[in-house]
Design a protein around this ligand. Structure first.
Ligand SMILES: *Cc1c(COP(=O)(O)O)cnc(C)c1O
Length: 380
């Protein structure tokens, strides 16, 4: 095994995590929806300007809740970008929906809104845009098309918490949105997520689905004196110990995001000339987006150079990684759809993309070393 001196990601503490966990235990309630979960819910609601937000055990379970709330049936179609994490598709397909894979835009690597219309059918029920790297999809176009056709929009906002598109928060456009607090995301509690709800009609049922199909949330609020089994559902609540950890991260959101912005901007500034000389494309932020600075990527001219750059960095103790394999070419996609898909941009980007180490605890001298090592690639 190779010991990397600079990992791709390292989970960082913001400072108060252990204190808040101890406090949660002292309070005598460590199951879900306690003091810290309520604080996280309120912060997400108030900051994003939405009527409800619920912590979940993962981003995947937030997407599953969205699928349940939409009451998808066998054969219903859900439009997703092929360039995304497995859960964007799986959360819907496991309830019988069929994925329709749409290609991405070459500039933002987001779902290409120009291709949506042609991929809609009478079976289409929902569109699931993914804000890749924290850059917003063309949400106005996507929402307009969805409205016109009566489709739901579920934003997979696993990357984009606190990013904005045209002065509106990512995760506040669709009827529903999912966040992830996995260790690799900007804010983490190890494993966790949240369901964001903009359409208040979903709130009551979301509470029930999340509480194993019961109305126990109403009992806790004192609205009823016993709770019953009234719907389907599962256990989607994270424990208060995780919520306490997460609160320590969210309460420091400005510091977390400022540090990530600094890292992103330094990569972008110092690699720009080098990239221009060698036909390498860097991650960019379009004028109408404020990024959440989730990741920093380079697009090499071809897949061979990408693989060689990863190897060049690895030999020098730097762990850089590629990203998603096209979902439309996966064994599961073939099994579910039994057809081939035309997503050439996804295929090229998947071959050519590399992500550089990116985490708040990255030390300035480490980032300087990474930048110089990348700049030395074509001279090596
Ligand atoms: C991380 C991620 C998920 C899943 O989140 P988990 O919390 O790991 O379940 C879903 N979609 C995207 C785009 C992600 O990056």
């Amino acid at each position: 095994m190779i010991a990397y001196s600079i990992p791709f990601n390292r989970a960082g503490l913001q400072g108060s995590e252990l204190e808040y966990i101890a406090d949660a235990i002292r309070r005598g309630h460590i199951a879900g929806d306690g003091h810290y979960a309520q604080k996280c819910h309120a912060l997400l609601r108030e900051t994003l300007g939405i009527p409800a937000a619920f912590l979940t055990t993962s981003g995947t379970s937030a997407l599953e809740m969205a699928a349940l709330l939409l009451e998808l049936r066998d054969g219903d179609e859900v439009i997703i970008p092929s360039f995304t994490f497995v859960s964007t598709a799986n959360a819907f397909c496991r309830f019988g929906a069929r994925p329709v894979f749409v290609d991405i835009r070459p500039d933002t690597l987001n779902l290409n809104e120009e291709l949506l219309e042609a991929n809609c059918s009478e079976r289409t029920r929902a569109i699931v845009p993914v804000h890749y790297g924290g850059i917003g999809c063309a949400m106005e176009r996507i929402m307009a098309l969805a409205e016109q056709r009566g489709l739901a929009v579920v934003e997979d906002n696993a990357h984009g918490l606190f990013g904005r598109y045209r002065d509106r928060w990512l995760g506040s456009f669709g009827q529903l949105a999912a966040l992830s607090f996995h260790e690799t995301k900007n804010f983490t509690c190890g494993e966790g997520g949240a369901l964001l709800i903009r359409d208040a009609a979903f709130i009551e049922r979301a509470e029930i689905l999340r509480e194993k199909g019961t109305d126990r949330s109403r009992l806790f609020r004192g609205e009823i004196d016993k709770y019953s089994w009234i719907d389907t559902g599962s256990s989607y609540l994270p424990s208060e110990i995780l919520a306490a950890f997460l609160w320590a991260q969210l309460e420091n959101r400005d510091r977390v995001q400022q540090r990530r912005q600094q890292i992103w901007e330094l990569y972008h500034e110092r690699l720009g000339d080098w990239a221009g000389r060698h036909g390498v494309r860097l991650a960019e932020i379009p004028a109408d987006c404020q990024s959440s600075y989730h990741l920093f990527y380079l697009l090499l001219p071809d897949g061979r150079q990408r693989d060689r750059l990863i190897e060049h960095l690895r030999r020098r103790g730097i762990y850089a990684v590629f990203h998603y394999l096209p979902l439309h070419r996966s064994p599961m996609a073939r099994r579910l759809t039994g057809r081939s898909w035309d997503c050439p941009v996804t295929e090229q980007v998947s071959d050519r993309l590399v992500r550089l180490p990116f985490y708040g605890g990255l030390r300035p001298e480490e980032q300087d070393y990474i930048i110089r090592t990348v700049q030395g690639f074509y001279d090596a």
